[in-house]
Design a protein around this ligand. Sequence first.
Ligand code: RIB
Length: 305
Amino acid sequence: MITVFGSVNIDLVSRTARLPRPGETVPGSDYQLIPGGKGANQALAARRAGASVRMIGAVGTDDMATIALSELEAGGVDLSGIQRSGATTGMAVITVDDNAENTIVLSPGANARLSASGLQAGAIGAGDTLLLQMEVPFAENLAAARIAKAAGARVILSIAPFLPVEREAFADVDMILVNETEAADLARHLGLLPGSNGAATVAKLASELGRTVIATLGPEGAVAATQTETISVPALKVVPVDTTGAGDTFCGVLAALLDEGADLATAMRRASVAGSLACAKAGAQPSFPLREAIELSLASDPAFP
Ligand code: RIB
């Protein structure tokens, strides 16, 4: 069983030929309201990969809450741990250009009020997985990690978006997920020089923190450093349409595979394929693949051993 403790947002998305410069107005497409949030995205990606998933998050009492939870509800994610507060539902204002690059401005709303008290003692047990990101109060993340670790669960932290957390914050974390930029930011924050590439940086981080560190590398795939080995996996070759949520897809699918007992290399291959597939469609949650699509792409791509 996977518990995701994290953000639930509405993504207000506009497409444009190119991203505006500061002070500039550019024409955009009609806007779309799409369910998002790194927590909700990871929960849905894990669910579509076949895991049983519980979401602990917070939404407002506004109309946006229903839209924000719609895909999770349709996908069969357990929403009994959703807290409702008087604040607005979190909203991410996203611009996507013709090269599939994006900018995101996040108004946290109810996410800023999420409390780890929603993680009832006994709700998470030995062998379960807790998945965390950085769009909710970090003190609550730490409290959730403490509860899960004490229960014997696996704790995975996606440091997205990057925040300069102290190394004590990793005490109850087993696995740290980053993209290449976040890996370099974390290395510098810890007083390390980033390596010449993603693999070198995660190796330094894993050794410094005594934890498994995994970095997604965009079209180059992903790399993990444990205390004993380095694992690299490729990405699928896709024509990118929108990269929003691709990293979340990787995190959710990785957690799903590990939770079902797969080894790290097996889990990373599926996570990388799923992240690639998510880049080939518009929007975050609408682009997340089902397990069958992941297995099919994996089996038909010669780049994957
Ligand atoms: O990682 C993508 C997500 O980041 C979007 O869905 C948006 O809600 C922001 O939280």
